[in-house]
Write a protein that binds this ligand. Sequence first.
Ligand code: ATP
Length: 222
Amino acid sequence: MNGIGLFGGTFNPLHNGHLKVAEDIKAGFKMEKIYFIPSAIPPHKGTDDLADTKDRFQMIKAAMPPGNRFMASDVEIHRQGPSYTIDTVRHFKNKLPISTPCYLIVGMDAFLEIDTWKSFQKLFDLIPFIVMTRPAQDTKQAEDPAADLEKYIHVHVDPEYEFLQHKSRFVHPAKQPVYLCHVTPVDISSTRIRTFVRQGASIKGLVPDTVEKYIHKKGLYL
Ligand code: ATP
């Protein structure tokens, strides 16, 4: 399988969990490239502790490994108004060759709120999802992610989705598949990074060095 991954989020800030799970997905799905797409105005998160969009974007850019397997995308930054995933997916679908498979990458916690996203049903027509597991300490995730996901999809998305256990994916006669991907558990969240910074605790090893330096230089999250 070959293709492009779209990895959206607030990235407030980008942390090593984001990078590790993206490496896992890229390897597992043999992707060419993953775009990290910070939302300018996240419709589903508070803005109290939200760093400036430009800072969040710069931190991603500075943390991208050499080569172009990971790229920071400013597509949501240049759009007016709230950053809706449906608009971003349409943007990439229009831009990429029709033969290039495109996947939407989301953490389990984010996916389990997808019924609150704008035009979420349309997303299931347009693009396959890759749902990443996430350690339970940081999220509402329970012990059996496949069972949780199945329940949620049947209630909130479409009861015709069927789980193929041996393929770890949900399939539907007309809609796009939803892949459940067991990534390396990395118990890091941006919330924790912001809390540590505010408390004066070290964030070394939790974020790339470039991000750590940027946060301290700009005095973010104090
Ligand atoms: P916050 O703590 O501010 O809510 P976050 O750490 O969840 O932030 P986001 O920028 O909201 O970071 O995450 C973007 C996407 O990456 C989401 O889909 C989220 O579920 C996923 N994600 C973030 N951290 C991890 C992790 N450690 N493991 C797996 N998925 C993650």
